[in-house]
Design a protein around this ligand. Structure first.
Ligand SMILES: *Cc1c(COP(=O)(O)O)cnc(C)c1O
Length: 851
């Protein structure tokens, strides 16, 4: 192959429309209500053909269409409206600028392996990426000084086709980055900016070069790294080939490029982030690169780690240990060996950074957690499961005191709301329903929308969705040379008056796509009921290496080709953001059946609810926080089962029961043709869900819980040549080295024999501190609720140090007032230091022996 320079050449633009290329290069048009008309209006057919990619669209658009539009008042009005809205969006005062002092306007870097922003940028596989995309949109709405960083995959994730045997066929079309709404980053001379990542062991060393592309997401800039440059060896050009596509080794190399290359890219672009947000462990190598930078500047490795920790927040999304990203030591050594030394570490201490005490693998979750001031889970239930995962790192520390916060996921409302709703929402609630505000009052007003109006808009959206699904089924059939009769039959599929349940999401086995297929007779009864029938649409990709997931697709597809399911069950190919948008808004019921507690959060149900689609889900992820008995349906009651087989069996019974006994009768109960009770569920969901489960609220929480505190902390820690970091490091080392000498020698208690609430318990404890000073510790009386053998909801009340009994032994005393209930109390010693971000940042505690 010979070299050529790619050029993207647009049709000459009429002066009136000269901003179109710039408009096309900021995703703002994609979520601002009504603004996709800018492109659709010009040539609706081409717009669909280009999969809503505005650059590919402009590159193919016949010039006459532009000339025509430049004369057309209707089009010019849309165009000017856009310019007005975009400029006020970019320049208006924001929540962030209005809430925090100017000196907190420091850059936040957000790192993630995937971003789901729009169908025209296919660098996502599921919930993790979509969450990141919605995070960026809300960060833009709120005016956060945030820049994001990810990888640009030459083949995206993959495209899915289903063959006539129900087999999933994955294809990897090569993306042409010059036909996408992104731009290469260049220096003053127009040369592409590149950064290098070294892959080395003791006998070889090579550099991988990375180009940097920018995608504009409103005010937020997303930088994407791409190893497909002529400077790289052929095999290295493939490293950023596809998302989650390669083997174990490719995965490691991708994560090195993301983490190490990501830090270098932001530096090369001139950013000095004060806060680093690691979205899931894939980007955790970034902490090592930041430690390395400091070690190269002469800081010792431990102090450097304190500095990095003081500016890092880590979001975990995985509820089971097996789901964590881990690397084998030997593979790691093949590529990172020379890196250890640059971190001031040897091989063993390097692996010590991220190895579970009982395991051999290098664990990216532990690496990130160990270098973050804050770690957070993504729903309350996930918080509880995650605490159990970090348990082994915090021996003897009660689960609820492990340093882990919860920020429940949300969605970006405008991105997911069907356009059919906009006029009604604006009439009822003005702009207040939108993401940055999403006020409860606004959603209360929306919830009072007249029943008939709700229902007629719902019917319109649903009919449009079913048309699109039939069209897609037809395309699929035509690909395999269907007869005219077979093609005609598709027109009769999925009639609009039938209760339509949609299951659309990644086909990971824990999501149990086929739970409703366990009892085929019962399902056949439901779909062919003459009075109150049900129909089902499925969509979703199984990872190409996941045979079990692909089997589920096969089962569903094959069933959809048999009587009596034909035309009442459909499998739709190639689930992506576009498909999601219309399925979510057009379904009557949005079904989710994960094996509890494996769904860390899930967000698609939140998107459904905004559109008046009723959520039907296992009480897992976000749903237990939102479900209130009348705003959707719960499958079961969040039971825990001894094994998967039993769980699947009982959950399927609960699923059939709720559909047959509650969902179906409720849906078909009509007054003057309108299902009043059903619409009341929709209204109750509007009233209770979107005002909380949106990314405006979510990003505000990230900002006030983590970003702003870390801006302050990272400044403080770096002052006077990192003096606070050095002090903290020395404190930690001293306590780690000497903690075992601490002993609670004796506890004396004084309490009423039959205590009543309001009376007190007082204790005196004799504590030997060894080499630790009294200033370094708190001795506290701990009070909690007893449950089984556990002390829950523990609260500490510091005791006062009294007499020095010699040999560094002190008497501590104090009292606490009792509340009613089955309580327990004890005494413990824990570290204290003004610069600790959390009482158990050091996993040290000594509990009183029996007294
Ligand atoms: C929202 C979304 C997801 C994540 O939804 P889950 O509820 O976690 O399955 C996945 N894929 C797409 C395309 C989405 O829009």
């Amino acid at each position: 192959m010979h070299f050529f320079r790619p050029l993207a050449v647009l049709p000459p633009l009429p002066a009136e429309l000269s901003d179109l290329p710039d408009i096309a290069k900021n995703f703002f048009w994609a979520w601002e209500p009504g603004m996709d008309a800018l492109f659709r209006w010009l040539d609706a057919e081409l717009w669909e053909k280009m999969h809503h990619n505005p650059i590919a669209f402009l590159l193919s658009l016949p010039q006459e269409k532009l000339t025509e539009a430049a004369q057309n008042p209707e089009y010019l009005e849309i165009y000017h409206e856009y310019r007005k809205r975009f400029s006020s969006y970019m320049n208006a005062p924001t929540w962030f600028s209005g809430t925090f002092e100017q000196n907190h306007n420091r850059v936040i870097a957000y790192l993630s392996a995937e971003f789901g922003i729009h169908e025209s940028l296919p660098i996502y596989s599921g919930g993790l990426g979509l969450l990141a995309g919605d995070h960026l949109k809300a960060a833009s709405d709120l005016g956060l000084p945030l820049v994001a960083l990810g990888l640009l995959y030459k083949f995206g994730y993959f495209n899915q086709q289903i063959n006539p045997h129900g087999g999933q066929e994955a294809s990897y079309p090569l993306l042409n980055f010059h036909k996408m709404p992104i731009s290469p980053m260049t220096d003053g001379d127009g040369r592409e900016i590149e950064v290098q990542v070294e892959l080395s062991n003791h006998h070889s060393c090579r550099n991988v070069s990375l180009r940097i592309w920018e995608a504009a997401v409103g005010r937020v800039r997303l930088f994407l790294l791409d190893s497909d440059t002529p400077r790289n060896r052929v095999e290295d050009r493939q490293l950023t080939g596809s998302l989650y596509g390669g083997d174990h080794q490719t995965r490691l190399l991708q994560e090195m490029l993301l983490g190490i290359g990501g830090v270098r890219a932001l530096r090369a672009l001139g950013f000095e982030p004060a806060v680093w947000h690691i979205n899931e462990g894939h980007a955790a190598f970034s902490v090592l690169e930041r430690v390395r930078e400091l070690v190269m500047k002469g800081l010792d490795p431990e102090t450097a780690r304190e500095v990095v920790r003081a500016s890092t927040v880590f979001t975990t999304h995985t509820p089971v240990p097996a789901g964590h990203d881990m690397f084998n030591r030997e593979v790691l050594s093949c590529y990172m060996e020379r890196y250890y030394g640059q971190l001031g570490l040897d091989r063993d201490s390097f692996f010590g950074l991220a190895c579970d005490p009982n395991k051999h693998e290098f664990n990216m979750t532990l690496l990130a957690h160990g270098h973050a001031t804050y770690t957070n889970a993504v729903s309350r239930l996930h918080g509880d499961t995650s605490r159990r995962i970090f348990f082994s790192l915090y021996p003897n520390i009660p689960a609820d005191e492990i340093p882990l916060t919860t920020v429940t996921n949300g969605v970006h409302i405008e991105t997911w709301l069907a356009p059919e709703w906009i006029d009604s929402f604006q009439r009822l609630a003005g702009e207040e329903w939108r993401t940055p505000k999403a006020s409860p009052e606004a959603w209360e007003k929306i919830a009072r929308m007249p029943v008939a109006e709700v229902w007629s808009i719902r019917k319109e959206i649903k009919a449009g969705m079913l048309d699109k699904v039939r069209e897609r089924l037809l395309t699929q059939k035509q690909r395999y040379y269907a007869s005219p009769a077979e093609q005609a039959e598709i027109e009769t599929y999925l009639p609009p008056d039938v209760l339509t349940i949609v299951f659309a999401r990644r086909f990971a086995t824990y999501k149990r796509a086929t739970l409703l297929l366990r009892d085929k007779e019962r399902l056949a009864g439901m779909v062919s009921d003459p009075e109150q029938p049900v129909q089902l649409i499925f969509a979703g990709k199984a990872h190409p290496a996941d045979q079990a997931g692909q089997d589920l697709i096969r089962q569903i597809y094959n069933l959809s080709q048999q009587e009596p399911f034909k035309g009442r069950i459909a499998f739709l190919e190639d689930y992506d953001i576009e498909t999601a948008r219309y399925l979510l808004s057009g379904a009557d019921v949005w079904l989710n059946t994960p094996r509890r507690p494996l769904e860390a959060s899930g967000t698609s149900g939140q998107k459904a609810v905004i559109n008046g689609t009723v959520n039907l889900s296992i009480l897992d992820g976000w749903w237990p926080e939102a479900y209130n008995g009348d705003n959707g349906f719960a499958i079961g009651r969040g039971e825990v089962y001894p094994n998967e087989e039993t769980q699947d069996y009982y959950d399927s019974l609960a699923l059939y029961a709720i559909i047959e006994d509650v969902v179906i009768p409720n849906y078909y109960r009509r007054t003057n043709g309108v299902p009043r009770d059903w619409v009341n569920i929709i209204r109750s969901a509007w009233r209770s869900i979107p005002h909380f489960f949106n990314t405006g609220r979510m990003v505000k929480e990230y900002t006030s819980l983590f970003y702003v505190p870390l801006m302050k902390r990272s400044d403080y820690i770096a002052q006077n040549d990192y003096s606070a970091a050095r002090r903290l490091k020395e404190f930690k080392r001293r306590l780690m080295d000497n903690w075992s000498q601490i002993q609670i020698l004796q506890v004396n208690e004084d309490r009423p024999s039959t205590p009543v609430a309001g009376q007190t318990v007082s204790v005196t404890a004799t504590v030997k501190l060894g080499a630790v000073t009294p200033q370094d510790v708190v001795v506290e009386l701990v009070l909690g609720r007893t449950k089984d053998y556990l002390l829950l909801d523990t609260k500490g009340f510091p005791l006062i140090a009294g007499e020095n009994l010699g040999d560094n032994t002190y008497r501590y005393s104090g009292a606490v007032s009792l509340t009613q209930g089955a309580l327990g109390f004890t005494v413990r010693v824990r570290p204290t230091h003004p610069d600790l971000a959390h009482p158990f940042e050091l996993p040290l505690v000594t509990w009183a022996p029996e007294f």
